[in-house]
Ligand binder design. Structure first.
Ligand SMILES: [Ca+2]
Ligand SMILES: [Ca+2]
Ligand SMILES: [Ca+2]
Length: 459
């Protein structure tokens, strides 16, 4: 058995979901690994000129998010009335989708929520999103396929040279397919490209990342750990905060069939004072984890904070033979061999800006981790001139010991260094990590360009 999502993005509070999991762990543990990509239509049946949609590799992984401006027909409609269909074979069938609602600060919420006008909850308006996979959309439906369905609207999607369609149907069926599954007891996330082990009690504590496509069941984890380090001084006392003394408590899990959001509260406590507080959410889809953090230091403490910086990095596990590329270094690639050469030393400290945002780590088996820092997320600030200065962090050093970690060595460690915190201000950080099998010749820059481009929507 599987969970049925009632169209509405299903909110499950931690306790409730734990109880449900115990009752139904079998259903929740499985992930549908179906390739959501090319939709094939029986030859000879359809009269459409194009009866198979040839989605590219990137398009198969692409999550589409549509706003009320793009779907005016759904404005102020209750989510519970709306379902989404697409052509599969000769028939229109329900596809996985979810509605998501966001606060003014960019955080996903569900149900009646403090600070949110109750009239906005559960109806499509403001910053709400309709979310589905591009790969689930299909060819244009014949009139016959619509028989018996209460059509709200057809939606045409033009993504690069590919045109596809979804159909908004009133009170139709709900698909029971799920692309991402998070197990609250074990902290294991099953996505299409990788299985990720996360400590269910601590959002910053990541363990094994195992590519799903590896044939060798004993293949070692790609990841050693996620490193978070805060340095500087507070009241003239040197700051040395890391994963062990930072709290990232999981508060809620917002579970949907296309992506799952983990909602956490983060505190850095020094001398029993919570000097830095943050609200963090991680949105997990088929191939990526998108971390969104809003961080602040209470006014009364920020004046005692001197030269603070934060390092957030992926610590690879013995990825000898792999390479690193970044958007700042063009075609130059850096060999993962456990030592820093001169060009690698020069890589650290290069500032990140709008145009310079990705870092790419590729294993010799062509499993890829791409980090993407979204500087523009900081626009949520009241004063958008206040940007936090962010630079590349990179270490390829087999003997570097940097606890807490599972294995000695930065092989390699790759991420970002956030320098300083705006005084008396909160700062928003958006950081995405993608897990991609078989990048082949595409490259991170082209992959992200295709992934992040917004398709044209025609109603
Ligand atoms: Ca709403
Ligand atoms: Ca090296
Ligand atoms: Ca390590």
């Amino acid at each position: 058995m599987g969970f049925k999502f009632k169209g509405l993005f299903s909110f499950l509070n931690y306790g409730v979901l734990s109880a449900m999991l115990m009752a139904s762990s079998v259903g929740f543990a499985s992930v549908d690994q179906k390739d959501a990509g090319s939709i094939e239509v029986n030859a000879g049946g359809a009269s459409n000129t194009q009866d198979i949609i040839n989605f590219s590799k990137v398009q198969k992984e692409k999550v589409i998010t549509l706003t009320v401006d793009q779907l005016k027909v759904l404005a102020e409609q209750p989510f519970s009335d709306v379902t989404v269909y697409a052509m599969e074979g000769q028939k229109l069938v329900p596809i996985p989708f979810q509605f998501e609602e966001y606060s003014d600060l960019g955080f996903l919420y569900q149900g009646p929520t403090k600070g949110i006008d109750p009239a906005d909850v559960g109806v499509f308006n403001k910053d709400d999103l309709l979310v589905f996979m591009l790969g689930d959309s299909g060819i244009e439906a014949e009139q016959a396929a619509l028989a018996g369905l209460d059509l709200i609207s057809k939606v045409q999607i033009n993504d690069y040279d590919v045109t596809s369609y979804i159909y908004l149907i009133r009170n139709g069926e709900i698909s029971d397919k799920q692309y991402v599954v998070y197990d609250l007891e074990t902290g294991v996330i099953n996505a299409r490209s990788a299985k990720i082990h996360m400590n269910p009690k601590d959002l910053l504590d990541w363990g094994d990342v195992l590519p799903v496509g590896y044939n060798n069941a004993d293949a070692p984890s790609i990841l050693d750990s996620i490193k978070v380090r805060i340095r500087g001084s507070f009241m003239n006392i040197p700051l040395k905060l890391d994963n062990d003394n930072l709290e990232a408590k999981l508060k809620n899990v917002y579970s949907g069939p296309v992506r799952v959001t983990l909602d956490a509260e983060f505190r850095a406590v020094i001398l029993r004072i919570p000097v830095i507080r943050a609200h963090a959410q991680v949105h997990m889809d088929v191939h990526s984890a998108n971390l969104y953090v809003n961080m602040s230091t209470p006014k009364s403490y920020s004046k005692y904070l001197k030269d603070p910086y934060i390092i957030v990095a992926i610590d690879g596990n013995a990825l000898y033979g792999g390479f690193v590329k970044t958007s700042v270094s063009g075609d130059q690639s850096f060999a993962v061999d456990g030592k820093m050469d001169e060009s690698e030393l020069a890589l650290s400290g290069i500032p990140i800006d709008e145009d310079v945002s990705w870092i790419w780590l590729s294993s010799k088996e062509d499993f890829n981790i791409i980090g993407q820092f979204d500087v523009l997320a900081q626009d949520v600030l009241i004063d958008d001139d206040v940007y936090t200065d962010v630079s590349v962090y990179y270490r390829d050093d087999k003997s570097l010991e940097d606890k807490p970690e599972r294995f000695v060595g930065a092989l390699p460690s790759l991420g970002y260094r956030i320098n300083g915190m705006p005084e008396n201000e909160s700062t928003a950080i958006s950081y995405k990590v993608l897990f991609i099998e078989n990048m082949n010749s595409l490259g991170a820059g082209e992959y992200l360009k295709q992934l992040d481009s917004k398709p044209e929507i025609i109603m």
